[in-house]
Design a binder for this molecule. Structure first.
Ligand code: ADP
Length: 482
């Protein structure tokens, strides 16, 4: 699909209008596979953010007070439109983000599944009648929290937005979204379809900006905004939490990870290799749930490393729009440099490059799928999320050591392990300090399951029947004199 066939929306979306920045400023968005400019979007700041918040506030009673069934019908129409346009939306993701088309199609279906899910969950927001009140009646009501804000990342520009907006809308909230500056077109395309589906003006607003700081400050400090949901780095999450503290704003944070993937000697090695490839090289390793550390029991470490290196070297690298490509480019030059730094540091600490290890012959932002053997737990790659196509293999001796190494990180998003011993499966799953554990499975996310982390990986859950709670307030009502 050519760029002009993508029908890119090059305006922001505020109060149901497609608008330019107040001063007319724009910034360019590029294709990471080619470096070409795809188009421009408005470069907005605090003033436009305030306008969007006010629009969301005006729309709140219109949306919140509508029967949940009607909200669900509109959201279902939105879901249908997203799936009908899956191909165009997938091409937009690939153009601005770089991932292979088959993954982009999957991302559209994934995001849409949350719209469908929360349309339904919104109809099942039950309260309680609490017994034991004697001459009183004790009730618990659950009500939409109000105007909410979302700041989303570039790695899943469509999926992350759909996951957040759908929970907010299902609960009866309105939302102002600030997409990542590298990938705004996917969110504008979703907003366009929401408008077509009949989501009322002001319920969903998209503010685009080159500099996220003034927008983030307004979203956290404006007293109208009662909740912030953020997906991105732990560093930025902490800044936003500090800002939100002054406003005592409720926050959901999906932050960085440093996922271990443990392979025990009783595991099915081929299944473990398949799982490792799927979690590590998907989206070129730029996924917060990607395994970052491969902890492998000594007796099978060489066999596993060899099989992994063979499978990684067979992956096809190239522009995501080409058929047969498995791994696209990294998002920007800084990301490539971080990958190089992590590899050089691991090698300096005694690691061996088993495959890859360098930029790809295609040049630009392409990097070879890499496997490192004999990596030390002192290497930088053990402590920091690489966010690139590098699999470091670290050997361990005992189950206790594996758990200690896995938990030796301030992060606690996802973790994985491979074992066929049922007692070990329960033991290890209970001891891993992570919000999500995959056992003999490396692709975990589903709209039906609670996605989220602990420790420095964040707070709150997205998806599942629990996900809607992040957008609801509980109100206790006590009726006396009965
Ligand atoms: P990544 O490391 O994945 O690029 P970031 O945390 O830098 O993640 O970015 C995630 C989102 O947070 C993007 O939408 C980005 O524009 C936004 N962002 C970055 N810095 C700030 C900030 N200081 N205030 C508000 N938003 C920010």
């Amino acid at each position: 699909m050519k760029v002009d066939e993508l029908s890119l929306k090059q305006r922001a979306f505020i109060g149901g209008e497609w608008v330019a920045a107040n001063n007319g400023g724009v910034f360019a968005v590029t294709n990471p596979a080619t470096g070409e400019t795809l188009g421009t979007v408005p470069d907005m700041g605090a003033a436009e953010t305030r306008q969007a918040i006010e629009a969301a506030s005006r729309a709140l009673p219109i949306w919140r007070d509508r029967p949940a069934k009607e909200r669900a019908q509109i959201m279902r129409r939105w879901f249908d439109l997203v799936m009908a346009e899956q191909e165009r939306l997938a091409h937009i993701i690939t153009a601005e983000q770089g991932k292979p088309l088959f993954e982009a199609r999957g991302e559209i279906a994934y995001g849409a599944s949350y719209i469908d899910w929360f349309a339904e969950e919104g109809r099942r927001v039950y309260g309680d009648i609490v017994p034991g009140g004697m001459d009183r009646r004790l009730l618990v009501l659950k009500q939409a929290i109000g105007v909410t804000a979302a700041i989303t990342p570039w790695n899943f520009p469509s999926g992350m937005l759909a996951r957040k907006v759908s929970a907010a809308l299902g609960a009866g909230c309105t939302m102002v979204v600030k997409p990542a500056e590298l990938t705004p077109f996917s969110s504008l395309a979703l907003a366009e379809l929401a408008e077509r589906a009949g989501v009322p003006a002001g319920v969903v607003n998209v503010v685009t900006a080159k500099d996220p700081v003034p927008v983030g400050q307004e979203l956290t400090r404006n007293p109208i905004v009662r909740k912030l949901t953020f997906t991105g780095s732990t560093e930025v999450g902490k800044i936003l939490l500090r800002q939100a503290a002054d406003n005592v704003q409720k926050c959901s944070m999906e932050l960085g990870g440093n996922a271990p993937l443990i392979v025990f000697e009783d595991a099915d090695l081929d299944r473990a290799v398949k799982g490792a490839i799927a979690t590590k090289y998907r989206n070129c390793g730029q996924t917060c749930v990607s395994a970052n550390r491969f902890l492998v029991q000594k007796s099978v470490a060489d066999a596993f490393s060899q099989k992994l290196a063979e499978a990684a070297s067979a992956l096809e690298v190239g522009a995501g729009v080409l058929e047969g490509v498995d791994v696209g480019p990294l998002i920007e030059e800084a990301a490539v440099e971080k990958v190089e730094r992590h590899i050089a540091d691991a090698v300096a600490h005694g690691a061996k490059v088993l495959t890859g290890g360098a930029r790809h012959a295609l040049g630009g932002l392409f990097f070879q799928p890499t496997v490192l053997g004999g990596v030390s737990a002192d290497a930088l790659i053990f402590r920091e999320e690489t966010f690139g196509p590098v699999a470091p293999v670290i050997a361990f001796e005992t189950e206790e050591e594996a758990i200690r190494l896995a938990n030796a990180t301030p992060y606690g998003l996802s973790s994985y392990f491979y074992s066929n011993d049922i007692a070990r499966i329960f033991r290890v799953a209970e001891k891993l300090e992570f919000g999500m554990v995959g056992v003999n499975e490396s692709i975990l996310t589903s709209e039906a399951a609670p996605f989220g982390g602990i420790k420095h990986s964040g707070m709150g859950r997205e998806g599942s029947r629990y996900g809607i709670d992040d957008y609801l307030e509980m109100k206790y009502v006590c009726i006396g004199g009965m």
